[in-house]
Design a protein around this ligand. Structure first.
Ligand code: GH3
Ligand code: MG
Ligand code: MG
Ligand code: MG
Ligand code: MG
Length: 315
């Protein structure tokens, strides 16, 4: 009966369940100086699965935002002592962009300029008080889905689909910033190219699926081995690139030799079998004229590592 009379009801329910599920991973910040209003908004958000933190004015709101990096959504009142919602929005935007943090202004004041002020200062949306539960939920969901959409577009543009590492395009984008930074601050910077040995044989022996499993395992191992400040990318095929700041020459030797050894020791299960993997690594020690030149140099010494018998690091 419901299905006949409410077309789209099943789709809506499926969407709703997924939405509530995803909301669990999101923290919302409620800013309001009136305790009852704060609690009402907080309990609505909790009902929709969000984790909730709250603040009594804009200044406290900024503090909460800095403390908790999982906050993706802010619902803020306008009139508050110490700092208004609009001023909060303006200041929050210096650190958190509209595509990372959704800010929704709320006010009962009947001033049309208020909406424009909120939006001009960087709010994503505005809700007039009093609002229905339904309107609240729709607005919140729409704003969250915009953030998620932008996030997945950013992932598509910057990440390698198979391994989740940075792709070549993003390596050069972020790498250029690291290259410039090292130049300005006279800091060390090394680059490396890493290539799986006889990968064609791995594909031939274990099939393309086995090859993919090995690729993912090596990608994971590099990502885990790297420090937070390192940049790791899959350049394509079975080739990976690394950019490592602030390592001395000896440290760099230990680092890349350690990485090579780590990969050699990997146990990669595939069905009943284990896939053995080794890699050759070419390192360009120190900064060159350009990042491109560093990568060509790393590529050149990688060839030496291959020619020298593979499963080794050349610098
Ligand atoms: P070498 O030690 O000289 O590097 O030998 P190799 O066999 O590893 O080198 P080569 O570059 O000749 O072969 C790389 C192979 O990687 C060829 C290609 O079919 C395979 N390959 C590229 N991308 C993928 C992928 O995404 N998945 C799988 N399974 N194989 C891939
Ligand atoms: Mg108020
Ligand atoms: Mg090759
Ligand atoms: Mg290879
Ligand atoms: Mg290759």
């Amino acid at each position: 009966y419901i299905l006949k009379n409410a077309p789209g009801a099943v789709e809506y329910l499926v969407w709703l369940v997924r939405r509530l599920e995803r909301n669990r991973r999101i923290t919302a910040l409620v800013i309001d100086d009136t305790e009852t209003a704060r609690q009402l908004t907080a309990s609505l958000l909790q009902m929709y699965g969000f984790g909730v933190v709250s603040a009594a004015n804009g200044k406290q709101g900024l503090e909460r935002l800095n403390e908790d990096s999982s906050i993706r959504l802010v619902v803020t009142d306008q009139e508050m002592p110490e700092m208004t919602g609009i001023e909060f929005t303006r200041q929050a935007r210096t650190n958190y962009s509209r595509d990372r943090l959704s800010i929704i202004g709320v006010s009962g004041a009947d001033k049309s300029s208020l909406v424009a002020q909120f939006l001009k200062n960087g709010a994503n949306d505005f809700l007039h008080k009093p609002f229905s539960r339904e309107e609240f939920f729709c607005r919140i969901s729409q704003n969250i889905e915009n953030l998620e959409l932008i996030g997945s577009l950013q992932d598509l543009a910057t990440k390698d689909f198979l391994t989740g590492l940075a792709n070549r395009r993003y390596f050069f984008e972020r790498g250029q910033q690291m290259f410039d930074h090292a130049g300005t601050h006279k800091k060390k910077l090394h680059a490396a190219m890493l290539d799986i040995d006889h990968f064609k044989k791995i594909n031939d022996t274990y099939g393309h699926d086995g090859g993919d499993v090995a690729l993912k395992a090596v990608a994971n191992a590099i990502a885990k081995f790297a420090r937070p400040q390192d940049l790791v990318a899959r350049f394509g095929g079975e080739e990976f690139a690394l950019l490592t700041p602030d390592l001395g020459h000896t440290e760099a030797e230990y680092f890349f030799e350690g990485l090579r050894a780590r990969i050699e020791r990997l146990e990669i299960p595939f069905g009943e079998q284990m896939i053995p993997v080794t890699t050759s690594v070419g390192v360009c020690l120190d900064r060159r004229k350009s990042l491109t030149e560093m990568m060509s140099e790393a590529d050149r010494v990688l060839y030496l590592a291959k020619a020298g018998g593979r499963n080794q690091v050349q610098m």
